[in-house]
Design a protein around this ligand. Sequence first.
Ligand SMILES: [Zn+2]
Length: 283
Amino acid sequence: MQEQIDPLVRLVHGILDATAPRSLGPFEFQQADASEAELERFLCNEIWYSGRYQVFIRKDVQSGWAMECPCVTREQEDDPQIDPDCEECTGKGHCSMRVTHLSIKREDREPIHDWRDLQIIKSLFCGPESEGIEIYPAESRMVDTANQFHLWVFPDGATIPVGFNDGRLVADSNYGQGKQRPFEIKPEGLIADDDFRRKALTYCESKGMIGSEQIKVLGEPATDAEIRAVYAALPKDELKSAIEHWSKRCNKDDPDEQEVKRRLFLIADINAERMLKKDAENP
Ligand SMILES: [Zn+2]
């Protein structure tokens, strides 16, 4: 009886079958062998499933964002040529940006929503450098009928104009008072503990966080050598503004007076070393 149930039905009804490819790893997806009619019924182009997730993919979904139409060509940078007969943009040069809609649910239908897993799914199906959004809409257009999650992914090259812009930062150990969990699949480019501490310390120093504030981020006080390394890496003008910053803050009412003096001493030392080096190079 069960042999006659096609993979899609098995998938949709969640019928377990030892012969079906369900023992796949959490992110090794298998495409469902769905007919045109079935895809139409589910309003999607492709259906994929792994041991943990099901992903329904709708491609080329119109959005309210405009993009330059693919019919636009340029022989010179500032001279765009538009195809006047283009049906996509009707000769305007701009058309609707098409997004990919990923409709995702867990195989067990539980409402667990793990950002890290959804990020992997986004990268698997739409490419590592694509960007997507999850919407927290107005109550008046909210859809909440199942434990299903939706990502709307833009074409490659379309960057969401909010978010962090300081490059990749992925760590797999606890840092300061933060709590991180281990990765199931180790991603590339994990930051080493020492580098993470140096980065965190640089951040603290740039924000003028010292004493107990700094310990909150770092977990333990910075050593003289660490503080020196942060300031020694600064170019001349930034070192000068750091000296100005800490000089201004140097007063007896500051609860962190000793810490402020410590920085001033270390920075002044670095500055003096630089002057000596410069004199030696240009006698
Ligand atoms: Zn066009």
